[in-house]
Ligand binder design. Structure first.
Ligand code: HEM
Length: 467
């Protein structure tokens, strides 16, 4: 009997050792080959993911990049992220290389977790879905459509400020900025959205309590809620209570693909979810940081205030903002750009090498994941002297050098919602400074980047109405 247990134990120990050996061997095998970029590859499976994520949780995502740029190479270093062998491309020349070689040497890549968190994407994959989305969006972002949205955005912003800001001595900006579009719907989704966003950029381990597991649960919850809204809209369209051109949801319900097929409701729910994550959270993060910097820098606030009041004074009572007004908001947009430089809502994104290739003398094997990082240029003194200084004049004249200011990415995958976001942000700034001055309740509030930057306590501010 004793022999039996001893053999069982030996078998178990051999099994564990073999598994560990295989894991280590596989991990090392990814990183053997001539002329790979210098760098550290961390542990099997998790690689350097924890260091990558935790510098963000501590509020300094750029630290992961700059530490390695100093230690290994200022342009490209190898690492292992989210279960994948990877190289981080740093600086303007690297950004240019990745953005210009889309579909030639690289394609967009999203972590495995995205396919799990958005299950309908499993029918194809996240890249195929993104391609469909790219085809769908331009109709909503055509100049005529964008011009039309300005008045609608202004109405929504006015409603938002009168229902949630006015008559309050103090507000917490982040949840309010998030509810800018439709307070009743979005407020219910606020927590699940945060869980979902953290789950997308997380280590893909699906165990109770892990960020990945919470992300999947949150996505199921939001999708169910969205399905209810979609079904209601289908009924309303049938009964003539909603218009076919009212918004992207009506369009998705009515549009057919090249084979005459309608999109399924689950597919629509996923697309809307993608847009809410890609578009809504990013713009809210930007608006939140505008409030933060304007509180900290009174002279910048005054500049924005003067510009916006010139515009406000030129309007008839009740007249909504229009395209000409937006064109006059040059200083305000420079301020918003400086905010996007210092606190980019998206830290960067991945590509996948579709062939072996050589870049700057280093071999990049097919299948490696390549990461471009906004911070590698935004926070570099080579492109932005005194990078920590808030200075909107950097955007005057011809502005920053090409491929250095990249909050919206670049090349064929550049954010298709860029212009929409610009309008949303400027309409927000106009309505905000016209009504209030404010100060931060917590002067040294910490910033957490997970994966988007947010003030740890949501940025509570004390409001001082202007009139
Ligand atoms: C301040 C606000 C925003 C920022 C900073 C931002 C940033 C970005 C960035 C950096 C990318 C490129 C990722 C890559 O290189 O792979 C991207 C892609 C994308 N953005 Fe935005 N975005 C914003 C607002 C929006 C809005 C308002 C929408 C839609 C309403 C939107 C929809 C998308 C979509 C669909 C993609 C994927 C494009 C593709 O893969 O081809 N974004 N965004």
């Amino acid at each position: 009997m004793e022999h039996f247990y001893l053999s069982l134990l030996l078998l178990f120990v051999s099994f564990v050792s073999l598994s560990l050996f295989t894991l280590f061997y596989k991990h090392r095998a990814h990183f053997t080959g001539p002329n790979l970029p210098p760098g550290k590859t961390g542990y099997p499976m998790i690689g350097e993911s924890l260091e990558f994520l935790s510098t963000g949780w501590k509020g300094h995502p750029e630290k992961f990049i700059f530490d390695r740029m100093t230690r290994f190479s200022s342009e490209i270093f190898k690492t292992s992220l989210l279960g994948q062998p990877a190289a981080v491309f740093c600086g303007a020349a690297c950004n240019k290389f990745l953005f210009s070689n889309e579909n030639k040497l690289v394609v967009a890549w999203w972590p495995e977790s995205v396919n799990k968190i958005f299950p309908s994407s499993n029918q194809t994959n996240s890249n195929e879905e993104a391609r469909k989305m790219r085809k769908l969006l331009p109709q909503f972002f055509k100049p005529e459509a964008l011009h039309r949205y300005i008045g609608i955005m202004d109405t929504i912003a006015q409603r938002h400020f009168s229902s949630s800001w006015e008559n309050n001595k103090e507000v917490t900006v982040f949840p309010l900025a998030k509810s800018l579009e439709d307070p009743t719907h979005i407020a219910r989704f606020a927590d699940p959205f945060n869980a979902l966003a953290s789950g997308i950029i997380s280590i893909p381990i699906d165990l109770p309590g892990t960020p990945f597991n919470r992300g999947i649960k949150a996505s199921n919850f939001i999708r169910k809620e969205l399905l209810k809204i979609i079904k209601q809209r289908r009924t309303d369209l049938g009964e003539g209570k909603a218009s076919p051109t009212q918004d992207i949801l009506s369009h998705m319900l009515l549009a057919t693909d090249e084979n005459g097929q309608h999109m399924t409701e689950l597919d629509i729910a996923d697309k809307i979810l993608g847009l809410l994550i890609g578009g809504h959270d990013t713009a809210s993060a930007a608006c939140t940081f505008i409030v933060k910097y304007l509180a900290e820098l009174p002279h910048i606030y005054d500049g924005v205030y003067n510009e916006q009041m010139e515009i406000a004074k030129s309007k008839e009572p009740g007249e909504l903002l229009n395209w000409d007004d937006i064109q006059k908001m040059r200083y305000s947009w420079n301020v918003a750009c400086e905010v996007l430089r210092l606190a980019p809502p998206l830290q960067g994104a991945f590509r996948e090498a579709i062939n072996d290739f050589i870049f700057n003398g280093f071999s990049i094997p097919k299948g490696w994941k390549l990461y471009w990082s906004a911070n590698s240029t935004h926070k570099s003194p080579a492109y932005f002297p005194e990078p920590e200084k808030f200075d909107p004049s950097r955007f005057e004249g011809s502005g920053p050098a090409p491929y250095t200011f990249v909050p919206f990415g670049g090349g064929p995958r550049m954010c298709p919602g860029k212009e929409y976001a610009r309008l949303e942000i400027l309409v927000f700034m106009h309505n905000l400074v016209k009504r209030f001055k404010w100060e931060k309740v917590i002067p040294d509030e910490k910033i957490v980047v997970d994966p988007m930057p947010i003030p740890a306590k949501g940025l509570p501010v004390r409001l001082y109405p202007r009139n």
